[in-house]
Design a protein. Structure first.
Length: 475
């Protein structure tokens, strides 16, 4: 039997079949648009989901944090398996699991089933890195960079679109369950693209994966998150709570020892500890605390009836989306303009400026949250800072990575950012569940101030760390 030689690779910046590649990128752009809609659609619906399942603001915050923690584990696992067995194959798997998870979220007869569904939507965050790998395999040079830029742009635009559509779709379909089913339909269409229209990559890495590292990280995070989530019901002194928290810490300690010992770890802690990297990675984690941890608290604050609590605005899903829309718009603008600002004042100062804007916005929100206009104005400042930081951090991580470890550093950045956001969401859920109005199960205004003040302090510390990293570079 004769074997035909593989076709020659396209020259840099070109493709052997431009029309075919353009169509493939278009299909992947639809997948990323779906991913963005997913991420923007759910936060405005959180108050409606809380009402549907009769849970508190603290409990509903877990809907966001659990998905982020699942993503922190799923992204490195699926991207590594993609290198080994094919990125399209793992994209199909990630899409299929998200379809199942989103269906569970929409159908969930109980809060517990809802949380399982949200855990299953964790692979959502792996779609983009898997598609970037497919793009790099099929397209080289400037064309490849433009294609990746299109995917990121569709993701960003999808977030704003999802936020804007959530309320009208809920009103049109008559409830939050049918609105959530729209996400299932979109994910199923995206899965169809991956099954029939997106090609497989041709390169494969050595078949070796740190299974113990990934499992250990997942077990530690689940124990810690479950222990924190039960503090409002069982108390900090409960044996179940203490057992989960201490068990999670013990597993995390063993996991750290293992990751430092193995040659190809799930998370390369040695790169994190590099003197040029640790200030940047820590600053990125602080940024994630404010970016992800505040999503659910902000939505529940906006939806709270002021007649019952003396705070909040009693907004529906559409109202929440409209109040947060300016923040999302300036975030997109900030991300697109960060490179121009960096060319003038430097990348470190650009990110530090974004962190300072975020800190000022959340600091102002601590005292100026009595009117929708003040809420929109302060969160618009936050959005501007988020845009500058979101656009700048990936470049800064790549610039400061040790020689030959840019890809590893970028992967760790994404993992730590998602992990920090999930942990922050869990801790903020504890605050909202324990700092309550007298004689009520509703959070007090002080609980929200604690969340916003934490976000403001995180922004200030992130700004200091980025400038500290710059001084170490120039010293």
């Amino acid at each position: 039997m004769t074997v035909s030689p593989p076709p020659p690779k396209a020259a840099a910046g070109q493709s052997a079949a431009p029309a075919r590649i353009g169509a493939v990128v278009g299909f992947m752009a639809f997948v990323e648009l779906t991913s963005g809609i997913f991420q923007g659609f759910v936060p405005p619906l959180l108050p409606s989901i809380a009402t549907l399942h009769h849970v508190s603001a603290g409990d509903i915050a877990l809907v966001t944090s659990l998905q982020l923690l699942a993503a922190a584990v799923c992204v490195p696992v699926l991207t590594k398996l993609g290198d080994m067995y094919g990125h399209r194959r793992m994209l199909r798997l990630a899409l299929g699991v998200v379809v199942l998870g989103s269906l569970l979220v929409a159908w969930a007869p109980s809060y517990e089933v809802l949380l399982v569904g949200r855990l299953l939507t964790g692979p959502l965050s792996a779609w983009l890195p898997l598609e970037i790998a497919i793009t790099r395999d099929k397209v080289q040079g400037e064309t490849g960079r433009r294609a990746i830029g299109l995917l990121v742009g569709c993701l960003t635009g999808g977030v704003a679109l999802g936020s804007l559509l959530a309320g009208p779709v809920e009103d049109l379909l008559g409830g939050v369950r049918p609105a959530l089913l729209v996400l299932t339909v979109l994910a199923a269409l995206a899965l169809g693209c991956a099954v029939f229209l997106i090609p497989e990559t041709s390169t494969r890495a050595a078949r070796r994966i740190d299974a113990a590292g990934f499992v250990g990280l997942a077990v530690a995070l689940l124990l810690l998150q479950y222990g924190l989530s039960q503090t409002s019901k069982l108390g900090w002194g409960s044996s179940a709570v203490l057992g989960c928290l201490l068990g999670g810490i013990a597993v995390l300690a063993v996991w750290t020892w293992w990751e430092l010992r193995i040659e190809q770890p799930a998370v390369d802690l040695r790169v994190i500890g590099n003197r040029s990297m640790w200030p940047v990675q820590l600053a990125a984690m602080l940024f994630a605390i404010a970016l992800f941890g505040s999503q659910s608290p902000n939505s529940t604050f906006l939806a709270t009836d002021p007649d019952e609590t003396s705070y909040g605005f009693g907004l529906d899903t559409t109202g929440i989306a409209l109040i947060t829309l300016p923040s999302q718009i300036v975030s997109v603008i900030g991300a697109s303009l960060h490179s121009r600002l960096a060319a003038r004042i430097g990348l470190h100062r650009t990110i530090a400026t974004g962190a300072a804007l975020l800190a000022v916005g959340y600091g102002a929100l601590c005292v100026a949250h009595s009117h929708p206009a003040s809420f929109a104005l302060t969160t618009t400042l936050v959005g501007c800072g988020v845009g500058l930081m979101s656009g700048g951090f990936p470049s800064l991580v790549a610039e400061r990575a040790p020689a030959g470890q840019t890809g590893i550093a970028a992967g760790i950045y994404n993992t730590l950012r998602t992990l920090a956001g999930g942990i922050a969401g869990g801790l903020f859920a504890v605050v909202l569940s324990n700092v309550l109005l007298a004689g009520s199960s509703l959070p007090s205004a002080e609980a929200y101030r604690v969340v916003w003040l934490t976000c403001a302090v995180s922004g200030l510390l992130a700004a200091w760390l980025v400038l500290f990293a710059r001084r170490r570079t120039t010293a």
